[in-house]
Write a protein that binds this ligand. Structure first.
Ligand SMILES: *Cc1c(COP(=O)(O)O)cnc(C)c1O
Length: 407
């Protein structure tokens, strides 16, 4: 076999479909974020980032940076080992305490990313619990799907957010069979939110555990940033809450919060937890500072919601179609991978606006979109600039506009 030919042919097929991914080379400016420097084709330009998951700008928060600097100066760069073999530093211990408290659970367990936490926790629970059936929402994140697949447990997929379908599947099983319902609170690409209370009701009725990915909600919802389950007073109804430290908290890392015995079980049996070097202590210190800050400060969350509402209203008056939802994620539907990439390229090249096109396999074919994530660090001028650029582009590309009923 000619290996290089094989790789090239696979990549060419991606290009033909419009699904080949090109990274934007960005240098974020501390203190000026969402502004960044973008390099490419031997040129460099100032851009405004409109698609970051650093939803609140915590990646440049002075408390977070100070905690990271202080930790590096005090204890050095890396953790120096797996958690078991010399890698459990005091910063890890403190962060896990902070996270358990955030979700009002007995314990928390850190992983190197949200992806790894889903993969390792779901994979280990579903494979170790005898005859476990996993019930997985159809739009669950790749990290959950991979973890479930890796477990080799039986898995049934329920239609997205469809509790009637979930109940049908649950009711068909013996009551005493172990079951794990895996779902998300805020779905990252459509921004819709799961009926958490109803799902917990079914879990009680049919004797199932619940596993909730709150990656796009922690830091952002609830009185202390505990997520949608906290906002709705449901944290105690969830068996495992999973979150990331890389999105609203602005650093990196993943975790689960659950009972002490469940965390101890994963600490003891999850390969993806055991056999990897612990996060750098400075990262743990920065994440803890971020979690702590967002526990007591609500101004970022309030400003975030205001900014999101402003951008939505402006898109509406410009007639630019976006999918409504109850979260902070604004999907502007394009419905074609080539057009989506073209729009993104022109926004960057002519307007200095960076919005990555979201194409297959991240979303189904035919639902390609620009995913806009406003944040408290976007100014009124940034919003004016974004809407102006989109209006110009929409006119140029003759993309369908929503008729402006009110005008
Ligand atoms: C981003 C994401 C993850 C993975 O989290 P990381 O910390 O980025 O690895 C997990 N679940 C969902 C729904 C996500 O969008």
């Amino acid at each position: 076999m000619d290996y290089a030919d094989f790789f090239t042919a696979q990549l060419d097929a991606l290009r033909d479909d419009g699904n080949y991914r090109i990274f934007a080379d960005l240098e974020r400016r501390r203190g000026a974020f969402p502004k960044a420097l973008n390099r490419g084709d031997g040129t460099q330009r100032d851009v405004t980032i409109w698609c970051s998951n650093d939803y609140l700008g915590m990646g440049q928060h002075p408390d977070v940076l100070a905690a990271m600097h202080a930790a590096i100066d005090k204890v050095g760069a890396g953790a120096g080992g797996t958690r078991n073999i010399s890698g459990t530093t005091h910063h890890h211990v403190l962060l896990e305490r902070e996270l358990a408290d955030l979700h009002d659970k007995e314990a928390a367990l850190l992983f190197t990313s949200g992806y790894v936490s889903n993969w390792a926790a779901l994979g280990t629970l579903a494979s170790r619990i005898p005859d476990c059936l996993v019930l997985s929402d159809a739009l669950n994140h790749a990290s959950m799907i991979e973890g479930i697949r890796h477990s080799r447990a039986q898995c049934q997929v329920w239609r997205h957010n469809d509790v009637a379908h979930l109940e049908q599947l649950l009711a068909a099983q013996p009551l005493d069979r172990p079951k794990l319902i895996a779902f998300e609170s805020v779905y990252s690409m459509d921004g819709d939110i799961a009926p958490i209370k109803e799902i917990c009701g079914l879990a009680d009725k049919y004797n199932a555990m619940t596993y909730l990915d709150e990656v796009h909600a922690v830091g952002l919802y609830g009185p202390t940033g505990g997520g949608v389950a906290q906002e709705r007073g449901l944290m105690d109804r969830i068996t495992v809450i999973e979150g990331t430290l890389g999105k609203a908290y602005g650093v990196v890392g993943g975790y689960i919060a659950a009972s002490a015995v469940l965390c101890d079980f994963l600490r003891s049996f999850a390969s993806g937890f055991i056999f990897t070097t612990a996060l750098p202590p400075s990262v743990a210190a920065g994440a803890a500072a971020s979690v702590r800050h967002l526990k007591q400060s609500t101004s970022e969350r309030a400003a975030h919601q205001t900014r999101v509402a402003q951008v939505r209203a402006r898109l509406d008056s410009a007639g630019i179609p976006h999918t409504p939802n109850d979260s902070h994620i604004i999907p502007v539907m394009v419905g074609d991978p080539v057009k989506c990439k073209y729009l993104s390229d022109i926004l960057l090249r002519d307007h200095g606006i960076y919005i990555q096109p979201i194409n297959y396999p991240t979303v189904p074919k035919g639902t390609e979109r620009l995913r806009i994530t406003p944040s408290p660090v976007h100014s009124q001028a940034d919003i004016d600039h974004l809407i102006g650029a989109l209006e110009t582009l929409w006119a140029q590309c003759e993309l369908a506009r929503i008729p402006m009923a009110a005008q």
